[in-house]
Design a binder for this molecule. Structure first.
Ligand code: NAG
Ligand code: NAG
Ligand code: NAG
Length: 265
């Protein structure tokens, strides 16, 4: 009796949080595509955790949200919610914020690096910077007037090594706006996989050119209806997460088994 109750209820409790995170991950993945950040900034983006940013005087930044420059002057607080228990086993992370310009604009000098911190940690979902190595100090967005809606991506990479040496050219010196090439930085510093990201937009004045159109995200098509139960979903991503789901409940059963036998006796 106790045995079956436990087995029945605990997966259900997890399922709500689980489906919500899966959907949010699909949304952010689609937003990066729709806004052209994939492939302009990242060749691909398959986040395994949700990253949320909170600036002073406002709630959580929704992906792509247009923010007044004045609200983004100081660094945001960041939280991370993994898709499953195994995503956040890394000890250290690297945090990067880059200005990927307005959609459709490219600059041969790359992007502008606004924030790079090696060795950040995640505790109780919060991204902590104590004891980290600041490669580029946070600098708030300052897009030139008329240059369109700049996309600022905040990205969290899992470090494969506890320490990372800034590659040649970093910290960026004698280069006031801080031009950098994100892909070159990631490759040269050998940090590790990108696990989470979000972005927001800041625009000054009226654009003097027409930015590329961005596609809206139709949430209803991201996960098939009826995907609230693990067994009914058919998409690749969901199937992958379902694997995590069942292995975590199996794990729970294994952990609880000796205890449950005692109760039964
Ligand atoms: C996920 O859950 C949070 C808090 O419970 C809620 O604010 C958010 O809208 C949910 N997201 C989706 C896509 O349902
Ligand atoms: C960021 O976190 C710190 C410490 O928890 C808190 O004092 C501060 O109010 C937070 N700021 C924002 C903008 O949420
Ligand atoms: C956890 O999720 C990641 C990516 O979503 C996946 O690669 C990994 O296999 C999952 N872990 C388990 C135990 O299923």
């Amino acid at each position: 009796m106790v045995f079956s109750l436990l087995l029945l209820t605990s997966p259900l409790v997890h399922a709500t949080q689980f489906d919500n995170t899966t959907l949010e991950l699909e949304i952010i993945r689609a937003r990066f595509q729709g806004a052209g950040l994939v492939p302009y900034l990242l060749a691909n983006f398959t986040p395994t955790a949700l990253l949320t940013a909170t600036y002073t005087g406002g709630g959580i930044v929704t992906p792509g949200q247009l923010l007044p420059k004045s609200r983004t002057r100081t660094a945001p607080n960041l939280t991370v919610t993994p898709a499953n228990m195994t995503t956040l086993l890394h000890e250290k992370y690297t945090l990067v914020m880059v200005d990927a310009w307005a959609p459709g604009y490219t600059d041969p000098r790359g992007q502008i690096c606004h924030w790079i911190v090696n060795g950040v940690t995640v505790q109780d979902h919060s991204v902590l910077t104590h004891g980290s190595v600041v490669v580029e100090q946070y600098r708030g967005p300052a897009p030139p007037s008329g240059s369109g809606p700049h996309r600022y991506a905040i990205l969290l990479y899992a470090q494969q090594f506890p320490t990372v040496s800034p590659p040649q050219g970093f910290p960026i010196k004698n280069n006031d706006p801080g031009f950098c090439h994100l892909t070159d930085y990631v490759k040269a510093s050998n940090i590790g996989p990108l696990i989470a990201g979000t972005y927001f937009t800041v625009e000054e004045g009226v654009a003097t050119f027409t930015p590329s159109p961005t596609s809206p995200v139709v949430t209803s098509t991201l996960l098939a209806p009826g995907s609230s139960g693990p067994s009914t979903s058919t998409t690749g991503t969901t199937a992958q997460h379902n694997g995590a789901f069942s292995s975590s409940s199996n794990y729970l059963t294994i952990l609880l088994a000796p205890f449950l036998w005692l109760v039964a006796l």
